[in-house]
Design a protein. Structure first.
Length: 148
């Protein structure tokens, strides 16, 4: 048997997974959040916002996501769905801002994360919009540091 048909089948399967599989579902931003962006163009790089974001991250996120964002926080070890590695530049760095705002806002209540066992809080009930963008600003530095 030729290797070409097997490669075609494998390619088709991978294409299907990319378009229809769980990864595709997990990156589809709901219309409520699609296109949202930080309050100003320089918001994500503002030293004041980065500092505030680090404080919020340390207080609310590090216990699960870890001090360096690798998903290895002490509280994250016992969770059914492991916290995402925020320091991974190939995953986190490629997601659009509206995706992160949606994930932070809705937490584990959003599908497909809820049915996968996510217990991440819906931070929209605990943090203001500005605070959520500050956390995102800081979290983006975690994968940028890892890429260097």
């Amino acid at each position: 048997m030729s290797k070409t048909p097997a490669l075609v089948v494998l390619g088709a399967a991978l294409s299907w997974l990319a378009a229809c599989g769980p990864y595709a579902q997990s990156t589809a931003v709901p219309s409520l959040y699609r296109g949202v962006s930080p309050p100003t163009d320089d918001f994500l790089t503002s030293p004041a916002n980065l500092e505030a974001g680090q404080h919020l991250y340390d207080r609310h996120c590090a216990s699960c996501h870890g001090d360096t964002g690798r998903g290895d926080g002490p509280a994250g070890h016992a969770l059914p769905l492991k916290p995402v590695n925020l320091a991974d530049p190939t995953g986190v760095g490629q997601k659009p801002l509206d995706y992160w705002f949606w994930r932070l806002s809705e937490g584990g209540t959003a599908e497909p994360f809820h049915s996968q066992g996510s217990v991440m809080p819906a931070w929209k009930y605990h943090l203001s919009e500005t605070e959520r963008w500050q956390v995102i600003a800081y979290a983006r530095t975690l994968h940028q540091a890892e890429a260097k």
